[in-house]
Design a binder for this molecule. Structure first.
Ligand code: AMP
Length: 476
């Protein structure tokens, strides 16, 4: 007999009401914009054979046509296949896994008699977990299935109580889930569906060991889904471990963020980066800017130096307290500070609309991080601009990035006039190994180059996006 629970979907996700509503409002706003961009297929949901209560819920949301990822993934999932989905936020990927899971939970008896959840969805951040919970609630509103969203940073007691009452679908961030598993508050022996959402972000945030531990606690006989925006080697490896003979479904959204972002690189000596940054930021059309550094120390230094030049900037990184980070983020969101200087890890939790520019003060040593960084702009269908500073020691990083994105960044200002002293590069023998020398200043002190000033103001115009074209290559 299929279990029925009193009431319908649990409404609590254990965040203070105001904080939760804020997340919801932000999400709703972003989604309103996303929907304008959302591509749908000519198929209809009714052709997919979803259960009637789900069809009604979709109808109530005015969703008639599935998006490409939904059209591809839903039939495979309904047929019981494991799925490896390559899709980004904004493609409708959540419904692509949520609808078939709801459908199967609704139609089929549980495999084992247990009050434990039958579906487990792992998400890297609390924001994403809440969003998934909201979608599950909306699509499952005509069904008697319970779900709960659990994440860290809040009291575990209400979560423990809900788990004890029995749920069907558990949406969790890995850290809190492991905590509760270790305390035996959650048992995963009844899991039939295991979803890893935004797997690449999960790995970037250092959750891979947690994910493996959780996966080991889930029954082997299950249907598994892994969704990721990118497919670097470590995700391919993880999917090999977690999925069994998966069907790969892939969509390229209308324009991937990378395509919507105007990407530029400025070859600059390391000690000329601050003056260049200040110069670029003096253009007020750069309305909301995230500046990335590789280290916490450098993030502090850059923020201090900008402040000294009269530009309001806050730094966020792992050494800052949660409170300091949230205050900095709030100032940034409220427009009180125009510039946020962040390290890669700290930036993972930044979910701010309307970031006009990302500036890579230092290039990341992992090319994937570049894609994540620049994805902070051009969110929800908007376009954006990413400017990277590349000094002599970072040329190898630039090459790796260009290889990953499959294109060259637009070079602004002077092309480097000399080959860098990279460990991996061959020594420059002067036999045509040089790039175009446009009057650069190899090895010279910043400021020694008379062309620098002129180039800076020309660059500023370009950064603000006002003088595009003119033979620039646009990165894809
Ligand atoms: P996601 O990529 O899952 O974050 O979804 C992006 C947004 O598109 C969410 O607000 C969904 O509710 C919405 N959405 C998902 N599928 C459809 C669809 N078939 N038709 C219209 N909107 C959709």
């Amino acid at each position: 007999m299929r279990r029925h629970f009193p009431g319908t979907i649990i409404k609590k996700t254990y965040q203070s009401g105001r904080a939760r509503n804020r997340v919801r409002r932000r999400h709703a706003k972003r989604m309103r914009r996303t929907k304008k961009d959302l591509q749908v297929t000519q198929n209809t949901f009714s052709e997919l054979g979803l259960a009637e209560p789900i069809q009604r819920a979709l109808h109530a949301k005015n969703y008639v046509n599935p998006t490409p990822i939904q059209a591809k993934a839903i039939p495979e999932l309904l047929a019981g296949k494991d799925v490896l989905g390559i899709a980004q936020t904004g493609t409708g990927k959540t419904a692509a896994f949520a609808l078939p899971i709801l459908n199967k939970l609704f139609r089929h008896e549980p495999n084992v008699r247990s009050r434990g959840p039958r579906a487990l969805i792992l998400a890297p951040t609390r924001e994403l977990a809440i969003q998934i919970g909201d979608e599950i609630r909306a699509y499952g509103k005509n069904m008697h299935l319970r779900h709960a969203v659990i994440f860290g940073g809040v009291s575990q007691n209400p979560q423990v109580n809900t788990l004890a009452r029995g749920i069907d679908i558990l949406i969790a961030t890995p850290g809190r889930l492991l905590d509760l598993m270790n305390q035996r508050h959650v048992k995963l022996g009844a899991i039939e569906f295991f979803v890893l959402d935004e797997a690449d972000r999960m790995l970037d945030m250092g959750f891979v060991r947690d994910v493996r531990k959780i996966a080991n606690a889930v029954p082997k006989k299950r249907q598994s889904l892994l969704f990721s925006a990118t497919m670097p080697a470590d995700i391919a490896k993880l999917s090999g471990e977690l999925l069994s003979d998966p069907v790969r479904v892939e969509v390229s959204p209308q324009a991937t963020p990378v395509e919507r972002i105007d990407q530029q690189v400025h070859h600059v000596e390391s000690n000329a980066k601050i003056p260049l940054l200040a110069d670029i930021l003096s253009d007020s059309s750069l309305s909301r800017v995230i500046v990335f550094t590789r280290t916490k120390h450098r993030a502090n230094k850059v923020a201090d130096q900008l402040e000294r030049r009269g530009i309001n900037a806050d730094a966020i990184h792992g050494n800052k307290s949660q409170g300091a980070r949230q205050r900095a983020l709030k100032r940034f969101k409220d427009g009180d500070s125009r510039v946020l200087v962040a390290t890669d890890i700290a930036a993972r939790g930044i979910d701010v609309d309307g970031v006009s520019h990302v500036i890579n003060f230092e290039l990341p040593n992992m090319p994937d991080s570049y894609v994540h960084r620049i994805g902070r702009t051009a969110r929800a269908g908007a376009s954006g601009m990413a400017v990277s500073f590349c000094d002599n020691t970072e040329r190898a990083y630039l090459r790796d990035i260009e290889r990953l994105i499959g294109n060259r960044l637009t070079v602004i200002g002077e092309e480097p006039a000399y080959q860098p002293a990279e460990k991996s590069s061959k020594p420059n023998n002067g036999n045509g190994n040089r790039r175009r020398n446009s009057g650069g200043n190899p090895g010279g002190k910043p400021g020694n180059n008379p062309g620098r000033k002129r180039n800076r103001s020309r660059n500023r115009r370009k950064f603000s996006g006002k003088s595009e074209g003119g033979g620039q290559r646009r990165a894809a």
